[in-house]
Design a protein around this ligand. Structure first.
Ligand SMILES: O=C(O)CCC(=O)C(=O)O
Ligand SMILES: [Fe+2]
Length: 417
């Protein structure tokens, strides 16, 4: 990140005063297509798409050199089953059944990749039908569970990725996924976990995306407040006036940027393999914090009747929240702490030359200074939250107020950087 981009971004967030842009976001007329990697910088992406939180599609030139685009695909553009079987045949992968609805998702089972590929071959030979239904391999953690050496190169645009940095630091999990499935497999209507961004590259095949800007999903709710499962079902659009989605067709090799809080639905138009990552950084941290507050409110409402009878009701709400949403207020603090300490260390080590992105180079001082200012703003809101004040923070080191003070000192020290 260069200084000019950092100052631009900090002034963007000062203008918002800790809030998210209010109201329903208007639907853009179309989604921009970025043709040429040589004339599209990190700063261009940051200012044009990440900060304004709007989608875009990058041409296949951006992923030309990826190993997976050579090895995972046959010369005719189909999935290279033999290569995948040779390299990953015994790996256990999660598989969803697209034909069975479980709430607003699909039930998943685990099977060796070999079994899934056998199913896929039979499905093709059976004219895209099978007694086993329509199965979609989703959320396979290739990087966590096997080596992904040479499979892809993290594009510089997506290099500020605190979610994966946090999980890598803990050595436990990640949000890096492989999806693969035949024509007709699809992902129901949703917004991404924790209001993260996502990026998605088709290694082979094509996808159709339906996007709704944040807030527009409210008009799609049913009488019980539920969101639709399938926004393409004729029943939905015929029943009442609904906003129309923004439609994008993603071709082989192309890369889609999915902004924070945009609901979407995705259909594979051909036999498709994709790599998708979820990521959070200083640009959508407020969205994540707001999402966590909403999740806690929902839990509190659900178990409100026991509030007076249970002395540790607040603690139980946090426990329930963790099991439903995967994270609670205490863990969110830990996430902020891990990233904050890494950024403060970069700043303390001195203001060396700015290196732009890349998987291994890590953030430079301007990026670190921006990150510190974003964490300081959100942590101030966390510390002031009445439900965070009920969390037992004695065991946290440093204590939240102490970390906030270090960050605020960091903001002052880097003002002239
Ligand atoms: O490709 C899919 O089926 C879903 C992808 C998705 O939802 C995402 O990348 O956020
Ligand atoms: Fe998604």
């Amino acid at each position: 990140m260069d200084r000019e981009t950092r100052l631009f971004a900090e002034s963007h967030f000062r203008g918002l005063r800790g809030r998210l842009p209010g109201g329903v976001c208007p639907t853009p007329d179309c989604v921009d297509f970025i043709e040429n990697p040589d004339s599209f910088s990190y700063a261009d992406f940051f200012k044009g798409y990440l900060l304004p939180n709007v989608p875009c599609v990058f041409s296949s030139a951006f992923t030309e050199t990826w190993g997976s685009r050579r090895h995972w695909v046959t010369p005719s553009g189909k999935p290279n089953f033999d290569y995948l079987l040779r390299n990953y045949g015994d790996v256990l992968v999660p598989v969803a059944n697209c034909g069975v609805r479980e709430y607003n998702s699909n039930p998943k089972e685990y099977m060796p990749l070999r079994e899934y590929i056998n199913y896929w071959k039979e499905y093709i030979h059976g004219d895209y039908s099978s007694p086993r239904g329509c199965l979609y391999l989703k959320d396979w953690h290739l990087c966590r569970d096997s080596s992904a050496e040479g499979v892809f190169t993290l594009p510089v645009y997506f290099s500020s990725d605190w979610l994966n940095e946090y999980w890598d630091a803990l050595g436990v999990d990640d949000y890096r996924f492989i999806y693969m499935g035949p024509t007709g497999t699809w992902s129901p209507f949703h917004a991404d976990i924790f209001r993260s961004f996502s990026w998605s590259v088709n290694i082979c095949g094509r996808k159709k995306w339906f996007f709704f800007p944040p807030g527009q999903e409210e008009a799609l709710r049913d009488g019980h407040g539920g969101l639709p499962y399938d926004v393409t079902s004729p029943g939905l659009l015929n029943s009442r006036p609904c906003p129309l989605p923004l439609e994008v067709t993603q071709e082989a090799g192309e890369m889609v940027f999915v902004p924070s809080g945009w609901h979407h639905q995705v259909h594979n138009l051909e036999d498709t393999i994709s790599i998708n990552h979820n990521w959070v950084n200083g640009c959508n941290l407020t969205n994540m914090w707001q999402f966590l507050q909403q999740e806690l409110c929902a839990v509190q409402q659900e178990v409100g009747q026991w509030r007076d009878a249970m002395p540790d009701w607040h603690h139980h709400c946090q426990v329930i929240m963790r099991s439903c949403s995967g994270i609670n207020f205490g863990e969110f603090y830990h996430f902020l702490k891990v990233i904050a300490e890494r950024r403060l260390l970069i700043l303390a080590k001195g203001m060396g030359p700015e290196v732009e992105g890349g998987e291994d180079s890590g953030p430079g001082p301007q990026q670190a200074a921006f990150d510190v200012s974003r964490i300081a703003e959100v942590l101030a809101s966390v510390v002031a939250h009445p439900d965070f004040q009920k969390v037992d923070t004695c065991v946290f080191s440093p204590r939240p107020a102490e970390l906030l003070q270090q960050l605020e000192e960091g903001v002052v020290a880097t003002a002239s950087l």
